[in-house]
Design a binder for this molecule. Structure first.
Ligand code: AMP
Ligand code: MG
Length: 401
């Protein structure tokens, strides 16, 4: 029997995704391509154009009809640049053609200019054997009219926006942005630009998460900093519950006297789970306050980063309709020994060096420098040990953004 009171990471992710299914956003809006980066497509993008729209030349060279050619030099009957509509090819001639220009009707082959000889009389001698279709990009090679190019639920990055632009779209239809209230909790927090009183630290989680939320397509409602005070915490949550899709907090979810976020959620809301079998990030707390979901991240910057990246990110993408929310990962061989089999799944900040994962020297959950130094996270299974050269799962940070 599993006596551990800690919830396994997979179970917590599954629980968040169940919650996301209920909270799925169904409003959508048209947005300019220029503003659509990181948004999620609300309906499939269907091709209205064949691409290429006509056969075109893959080379600078000469177009001819090899089926109607005796191998002799040919006169040049026209010059075809990209962006012009050519005449049909005059029989018994070739056409000068440039990359991307339409292949004229009647031509079925293009020879690259490096393989011809320009004769004194202006005719072209083809030095090598030619075949039909060579160096021609056929109409519809990339896609045909009516083809589904991008599925609903696709996150739009530069590649997808370029595909939409290739169809002449000015706008795409995307799911509305999730409205996320971001709260930092802690009496010790000061904002950059204000004096640092004794015992205080600057708030680094706020900027970390507001940028990351933006990269996941969210609108951030900055709820500011909350003192460690149950009454004020409750009032703030009450105030935010009707205008947001999610309340995301940092700090105040551990077991200490001053950790009132978790306390308020348990007393006035509906907690779903807290205490995860994850390191860093054990105090992660998830639940509802009224009808609004609350994800309470731990305050330590690395704990907040790891739990946001592995859990909150999946939730925020799924409510926007993204199907595959599992971050990119791949096996790497580790460049270190890991002897202590822990009771929690561990994530080490590590760099890939010569194909091996090398961990940052200090894995304390307060050390944010480790994230900037590292390429991603090495996952050490609960109860697992490793020897240098063993294989472990690696989750690159770039796949989490
Ligand atoms: P807590 O989860 O509230 O117990 O906080 C754990 C640790 O993280 C404490 O050392 C806090 O001072 C620190 N911490 C909490 N919130 C932030 C924040 N917004 N920025 C930087 N450090 C924080
Ligand atoms: Mg605190």
């Amino acid at each position: 029997m599993n006596v551990s009171p800690l919830m396994p990471v997979e179970e917590a992710i599954a629980s968040l995704l169940e919650m996301a299914a209920v909270q799925r956003l169904d409003d959508s809006e048209p947005v300019l391509l220029a503003d659509a980066r990181q948004r999620v497509l609300a309906s499939e993008l269907v091709a209205t154009l064949d691409l290429p729209p006509w056969p075109n030349s893959a080379m600078d060279g000469y177009a001819l009809n090899v089926d109607d050619w005796d191998g002799q030099p040919l006169a040049v009957s026209q010059r075809i640049y990209a962006g012009v509509a050519p005449q049909a090819l005059l029989p018994g001639t070739c056409a000068r053609i440039f990359t991307g220009a339409p292949v004229p009707e009647g031509a079925n082959s293009v020879e690259m200019q490096e393989n011809i000889e320009l004769l004194d009389d202006g005719r072209i001698r083809f030095k090598k054997p030619l075949v039909a279709g060579q160096n021609i990009r056929p109409q519809g090679q990339e896609n045909r009219v009516g083809q589904v190019l991008l599925q609903a639920g696709k996150r739009l990055g530069p590649f997808e926006l370029a595909i939409a632009a290739g169809q002449g779209c000015t706008h795409v239809h995307v799911v509305r942005r999730p409205r996320v209230a971001l709260l930092s909790t802690g009496d010790e927090l000061a904002e950059p630009g204000t004096p640092l009183k004794p015992g205080c630290i600057y708030n680094s989680n706020r900027i970390l998460l507001s940028h990351w939320l933006g990269a996941l397509g969210c609108d951030v409602i900055d709820g500011g900093v909350l003192p460690d005070q149950p009454q004020q915490t409750r009032l703030k949550l009450e105030q935010l519950q009707y205008s947001t899709d999610l309340i995301l907090t940092t700090g105040g979810v551990s077991a200490g006297d001053a950790d009132c976020l978790g306390q308020v959620l348990r007393e006035c809301g509906k907690p779903l789970f807290w205490k995860l079998a994850i390191k860093p990030g054990k105090p992660l707390t998830v639940g509802y306050f009224g009808s609004v979901p609350v994800i309470g991240l731990p305050g330590n910057p690395m704990s907040a980063l790891v739990t946001f990246g592995l859990l909150a990110r999946a939730y925020l993408l799924r409510i926007q309709g993204v199907e595959n929310v599992t971050p990119l990962s791949f096996p790497v061989s580790v460049g270190f020994d890991w002897h202590k089999a822990g009771g929690r799944r561990e994530y080490l900040r590590a760099r890939l060096e010569d194909g091996r994962a090398v961990p940052y020297g200090n894995q304390s959950s307060g050390i944010l420098l480790s994230a900037s130094w590292a390429d991603g996270l090495v996952e050490i299974p609960q109860g697992g040990t490793l020897k240098a050269g063993d294989s472990a799962r690696f989750i690159p940070f770039c796949g989490l953004l």
